[in-house]
Design a protein around this ligand. Structure first.
Ligand SMILES: NC(=O)c1ccc[n+]([C@@H]2O[C@H](COP(=O)([O-])OP(=O)(O)OC[C@H]3O[C@@H](n4cnc5c(N)ncnc54)[C@H](OP(=O)(O)O)[C@@H]3O)[C@@H](O)[C@H]2O)c1
Length: 231
């Protein structure tokens, strides 16, 4: 199940998961992007695909998504929470609405999604939650106070969740990408060099890598930076 599958990292990941033989549930708010993607993945890879228009910040919408997924496939093995939004601007220019919007989609949406799939995963005694706090969910950056607040919150929430879920065989992976050249940056006025960012394909390969780790180890965190920003 990929939430935020309509564009960007979620969409590219959906392509790689389909190629790898997965059955897919695709969710985001823009129905046309989802239905086009589902059609394309079924045609190119024969991937059984369910597209459900979903607002991850709305608990009824989230419950409907998980209900439809269970009716179609009977279970949810992996949740990739790739929905998100960014506001990168000076602290004093960040509006209350922008702050609330970031907290809503970057944190509350992840909370609602995890809460909706966890009972299934606990019953199955297996499951995997993958989220994308990004490098700014780990290290702060100037002009990113509201975004960092949301992404540090996501990191903290999911690390706490991982301590609870390990008893039930549910894995939690946090992926910390540096800049990825996606539609995320279309609305951002801060000057950035998109051509030097990670490609969306590189980010999607890391999502697939995290999702396909097997055995006793858990990939807790992964950092992937553009070459220009190596640690
Ligand atoms: N791009 C980067 O540089 C970068 C780096 C590190 C981490 N990240 C994180 O990675 C995640 C994905 O980023 P991206 O670059 O792929 O962004 P993107 O290209 O803007 O795609 C975001 C996706 O999330 C969906 N979405 C947004 N709000 C939603 C909501 N309320 N409910 C359901 N779906 C929603 C969008 O579709 P709709 O608008 O149609 O709903 C879209 O499909 C984000 O959490 C971002 O913070 C990004």
């Amino acid at each position: 199940m990929i939430v935020g599958a309509g564009r960007g990292i979620g969409r590219a990941s959906a392509g790689l998961f389909a190629e790898a033989g997965a059955s897919l549930v695709l969710a985001s708010r823009t129905e046309q992007e989802l239905t086009e993607l589902a059609f394309d993945l079924e045609r190119r890879h024969g991937a059984p695909t369910l597209a459900v228009r979903t607002d991850a910040t709305n608990s009824e919408s989230v419950e409907r998504l998980v209900g439809e997924a269970v009716r179609r496939f009977g279970h949810v093995d992996t949740l990739v929470y790739a929905a998100g939004a960014g506001v990168l601007k000076p602290f004093n220019e960040t509006s209350e609405e922008e702050f609330t919007q970031l907290l809503d989609v970057n944190v509350k949406g992840a909370f609602l999604m995890c809460r909706a799939v966890l009972p299934l995963m606990e019953k199955q005694k297996r499951g995997h939650i993958i989220a994308l706090p990004g490098i700014l969910g780990r290290s702060p950056m100037a002009q990113a106070a509201a975004y960092c607040a949301s992404k540090f919150a996501l990191t903290g929430m999911l690390k706490a969740l991982a301590l609870e879920t390990k008893r039930f065989g549910v894995r939690v992976s946090l992926l910390h990408f540096g800049g990825v050249n996606t539609s995320f940056w279309d609305q951002i006025t801060m000057r950035v060099q998109r051509e030097r960012m990670l490609t969306v394909e590189a980010a999607a390969r890391a999502v697939l890598f995290a999702a396909t780790q097997e055995g006793e180890g858990v990939l807790g965190e992964l950092i992937l930076q553009p070459e220009s920003h190596q640690l």
